[in-house]
Ligand binder design. Structure first.
Ligand code: MG
Length: 348
């Protein structure tokens, strides 16, 4: 007669233990369908390019993402900061991401010339910070470009600037350093490589891992000169620039030669116009270049977001720094490049 209550007691205890175990498992099971830690909310929230790819890393002649998958970024370069500062805004960056589908922007901080960083440090730096902060908020990549033709003359200033950027932003996967935009005809081995090595060692004190892009001789065209003379850092790519109405097959051959020798190439700037930024537009050659970049998975930024009256400018005079540009505010180049970006970049 006493056995029956005992059995009930045992069953009750077992039942309690079982139900506790189930409850403890419940939240995990609810989370499992998406596994993104958002508490089981539907997975229709847009994720960003930087969420998807994370920190970029060179691998052979390619750039790969945090999952070791090859990445090709497409976006826009802003114009010299001291002359087109009105586009160094979060609204412009937001519009380039939302409407143009850019997954990268380039802040081209003018260094010397009139009113560049050397004579106006705080003002120009703040413009770059604004663009970086906006790119981080939008989940896109941002190139911090030391926009100069004579950077070897201002080595200490470059070291100070990039050290500050690395300390402030080096933990963000969005950041890409471009430490010398467009050298003139100066030696890779004797001038450019030593310059890059010194700036890189300053960056690496604070940021051991983000991608750094190094300018090459002759307006960043002689990328093949790096063959046999690469910089000894494990996350460096090399700059190549072209203007489609001026530069054709012979420059593609240079890039191909570099690629064939495991040199990772990044087109931080190009135009569909002539090298002057003006002259004429070559639609057919622009397409040939795009095909070449696609085949080789080379990332690019187009020159430029500006409303200057020249063919390489994407905007017509008076286009606002708040984005929202209707098609009638885009130039021929602006429309061509926007169409290309929208056709190729993944939607976020
Ligand atoms: Mg880092």
């Amino acid at each position: 007669m006493r056995i029956i209550p005992c059995i009930f007691a045992i069953l009750f205890i077992l039942g309690t233990l079982t139900s506790c175990e189930s409850e403890s498992e419940m939240p995990e099971e609810t989370n499992q369908p998406d596994g993104d830690g958002n508490g089981g909310e539907p997975d229709n929230e847009p994720i960003s390019a930087v969420d998807t790819h994370g920190l970029l890393q060179t691998s052979g002649n390619k750039i790969v993402d945090k999952n070791n998958k090859v990445v090709q970024l497409r976006g826009m370069s802003l114009f010299w900061s001291q002359w087109m500062g009105q586009y160094y805004t979060k609204e412009t960056v937001g519009w380039l991401k939302e409407d143009w589908k850019c997954n990268i922007v380039r802040a081209a901080m003018g260094v010397e010339d009139n009113d560049g960083y050397l004579s106006n440090k705080e003002v120009e730096k703040q413009k770059v910070f604004t663009v970086i902060d906006a790119a981080i908020a939008e989940g896109i990549y941002v190139i911090v470009d030391w926009h100069s033709h004579h950077a070897e003359d201002y080595l200490n200033e470059a070291k100070t600037f990039f050290s500050e950027i690395a300390q402030k932003y080096g933990n963000q996967p969005n950041i890409i350093y471009e430490i010398y935009n467009k050298p003139l005809n100066v030696s890779w081995v004797e001038v450019l490589k030593p310059y890059h090595e010194q700036v890189i060692s300053e960056i690496r004190k604070h940021d051991p891992d983000n991608l750094i892009i190094c300018g090459t001789r002759n307006w960043s065209q002689d990328v093949d000169e790096v063959i046999g003379n690469k910089i000894s850092d494990n996350n460096v790519a090399y700059t190549f620039h072209y203007y489609a109405a001026t530069h054709k097959e012979s420059l593609r051959d240079k890039v191909q030669n570099a690629l064939d020798n495991a040199i990772p190439v990044f087109v931080t700037e190009y135009g569909v116009s002539e090298a002057s930024g003006d002259g004429s537009i070559d639609v057919s050659e622009a397409q040939t270049w795009w095909n070449f970049l696609e085949q080789n998975k080379i990332s690019w930024c187009n020159w430029s977001i500006a409303d200057k009256e020249e063919l390489s400018a994407a905007l017509k005079p008076g286009a606002s720094g708040s984005g929202g540009w209707t098609e009638d505010l885009l130039t021929v180049s602006g429309k061509m490049v926007r169409d290309e970006i929208k056709a190729k970049n993944p939607e976020y």
